[in-house]
Design a protein around this ligand. Structure first.
Ligand code: FHN
Length: 435
């Protein structure tokens, strides 16, 4: 995925004051809920089912007739995110399969033509406003159903069944139309989350990977910033951020890690960062996917992402009938309970002065350093190169119990008995006299 692109980006994007404020808000928010849900949820084989099973666009379109999530309760979904301590929701409004979850006049393949017949984006927009949580919209750049999308994924033709060869000018108009709807009819949108850049970029049928499609981001991004200047733009292209983007993303990785093999980009030093991760393995509902991460793993993942200066966008893939799996609910509830007590060490913090360590990690705010203990294996915790001359107070965030911490030759020492604490215990060091 490391490649140059031929796009002609305008270099002169100056974020407006409201956009800068929104970036600050976003960087402080630290935790959001990602929702992968749509027609692809119906077969229960993940959101790539159309491509994986080589289903033609014509056959796939039948799923529209079965989309009827009668158990969907938007109030409950939004409340679940709130209780988990999340500050925003990023909803998949149209994934690669092309099914739109709102009342769009630019495509018939949408929720209004399903038995459900309700504008789901509108339901979220209204409910998020009511419950005071921001709404971000995921929007796929690539589309497996439209003839005018010059597609790459599956372009050997097995699954497409499409007649067109692609016409990017027409497809671009379509995207602009849809984005205009999303940014006009649903109130203030927190951000647009693009995905699919990596799909391709060579014209259909061409194997030369050096001739890549110009996505015309300069046009798309200006449209968004003109319609809603505060609306943040992020693009999951796995590249260093491009002009016009307001935050940087990492997929299935924390900044600086590349366990997924997708994240070669360096972390931005000036834009907010967001890492997205799933609670189970799959993004969309998958009957075979029962590998749920534990609540402890997720708490530590959230903590580590904050320790690296990043938000965490944590994904659920609800069932097609609108139920959310109890396993997701339990994990989200556990995160919420932990944040109720320890939220101060996550929200509004910046990266720790040391990177994450085997025993845990650090976050910082004002004159406080938060020490997150995962497991110290019975050893003293040594914070080398401690950036302050004094520790004026040290205590457990949970209940204020004093902790004896010594500062010797520039190293803060937290004694081994700290392993008496439960996992993900937080110790606060109040400091003074920056070195
Ligand atoms: O292909 C998608 C995938 O289905 C999912 O939406 C993730 C979320 O980050 N993004 C793409 C893979 O990069």
């Amino acid at each position: 995925f490391v490649f140059a692109t031929q796009s002609t980006f305008s270099q002169d994007y100056t974020p407006s004051a409201v956009n800068m404020e929104a970036r600050k808000w976003f960087a402080d928010a630290r935790f959001g809920l990602f929702i992968h849900w749509g027609a692809f949820s119906i077969p229960g084989s993940g959101e790539w089912v159309m491509n994986d099973r080589k289903i033609t666009a014509q056959n796939y379109a039948q799923l529209q007739r079965f989309f009827n999530p009668t158990a969907f309760d938007v109030t409950e979904w939004v409340a679940l995110a709130k209780r988990a301590g999340m500050k925003y929701i990023t909803l998949v409004t149209r994934h690669h399969d092309g099914f739109s979850l709102w009342d769009t006049k630019y495509s018939d393949f949408n929720v209004m033509n399903s038995p459900y017949d309700k504008d789901i984006v509108k339901m979220f927009a209204d409910e998020c406003q009511k419950q005071n949580i921001k709404l971000f919209l995921y929007y796929s750049l690539l589309d497996w159903s439209r003839d005018d999308y010059p597609h790459e994924t599956g372009r050997t033709g097995q699954h497409s069944g499409r007649t067109g060869k692609g016409d990017y000018a027409s497809y671009l108009q379509f995207m602009k139309g849809q984005l205009t709807e999303l940014l006009t009819n649903y109130g203030q949108i927190g951000g647009i989350w693009f995905d699919g850049h990596w799909d391709q970029t060579a014209p259909e049928g061409e194997s030369d990977r050096s001739s890549r499609l110009d996505w015309k981001y300069d046009e798309i991004y200006s449209l968004i910033h003109d319609l809603q200047p505060q609306c943040l733009i992020g693009n999951n292209h796995h590249l260093t951020p491009l002009p016009g983007e307001d935050f940087q993303m990492f997929e299935r990785d924390l900044p600086g890690e590349n366990e997924s093999g997708l994240s070669f980009q360096n972390a931005s030093d000036h834009l907010p960062i967001e890492a997205c991760q799933t609670i189970s393995e799959s993004w969309g509902f998958n009957l075979n996917d029962t590998t749920y991460k534990t609540a402890q793993q997720l708490i530590q993942y959230l903590t580590k992402s904050a320790a690296l200066g990043s938000n965490l966008l944590l994904n659920i893939g609800p069932r097609p009938n609108g139920e959310i799996q109890p396993e997701f609910k339990e994990r989200l509830a556990a995160l919420g309970s932990w944040l109720q007590i320890n939220g101060e060490s996550i929200y509004g913090t910046s990266a720790g002065y040391l990177p994450p360590q085997p025993w845990g990690c650090l976050t910082q705010k004002d004159n406080k350093i938060y020490v997150h203990l995962f497991n110290n294996n019975g050893k003293d915790i040594l914070l080398d190169m401690f950036p302050y001359k004094k520790i004026t107070k040290a205590y457990s965030l949970k209940d204020g119990t004093a902790v004896t911490v010594t500062l010797r030759d520039g190293t803060a020492i937290i004694p081994a008995n700290s392993n008496q604490y439960e996992p993900s215990h937080v110790i606060v060091l109040e400091t003074s006299d920056l070195i």
